[in-house]
Design a protein. Structure first.
Length: 163
């Protein structure tokens, strides 16, 4: 949704628009989470306390998304040609991230490095694995915190430089 007119009309910090976008997507995620809860009720799935680890994983994911969104938003506002390149790049990264395929399909093959080199796979696992009652490695938590910290610092630097 283009909000160029809103940015020009309302005297607010530019990060407010990024927060609005993230809040909208969190609300959509919450609506989808209702379906997951209904599936847990209908299907026989073991519910464990470790599923609550999805909450800090989601917080780490949101931190990374906030930093990345601020950085990319500032770059797209400054350099208008970058937007289409980012859309194409994100479609490519989507297919490299185990969303529609599982890690087991590439385990033991030449493509196994894709999972370790892809920060989106790590951030996704911090939320997905606890919800599926699967263990999450401490290495993944550390990598997720590092990725979120780096994204937040880059977002802050871009915001300070370009805002």
């Amino acid at each position: 949704m283009a909000s160029g007119h809103l940015i020009k009309a309302v005297p607010a910090p530019l990060v407010v628009h990024v927060l609005q976008m993230i809040a909208r997507n969190v609300l959509i995620f919450a609506h989808h989470l209702v379906i997951v809860v209904l599936l847990y009720i209908v299907m026989p799935w073991p519910v464990r306390w470790t599923m609550l680890l999805a909450v800090p994983g989601f917080a780490i994911l949101l931190t990374a998304l906030l930093g990345g969104s601020v950085a990319l938003g500032m770059l797209c506002a400054r350099f208008r040609d970058i937007g289409s390149a980012i859309v194409s790049g994100l479609q490519f990264v989507f297919f490299l991230t185990p969303i529609i395929w599982t890690e087991e399909t590439v385990r033991g093959t030449a493509f196994q490095w894709l999972i370790r080199a892809n920060p989106f796979a790590t951030l996704l696992d911090l939320v997905r694995r606890p919800l599926l009652s699967q263990p999450t490695d401490p290495e993944q938590w550390l990598l997720g915190i590092v990725y979120a910290s780096v994204a937040a610092i880059i977002g802050l630097l871009c915001y300070a430089r370009l805002a």
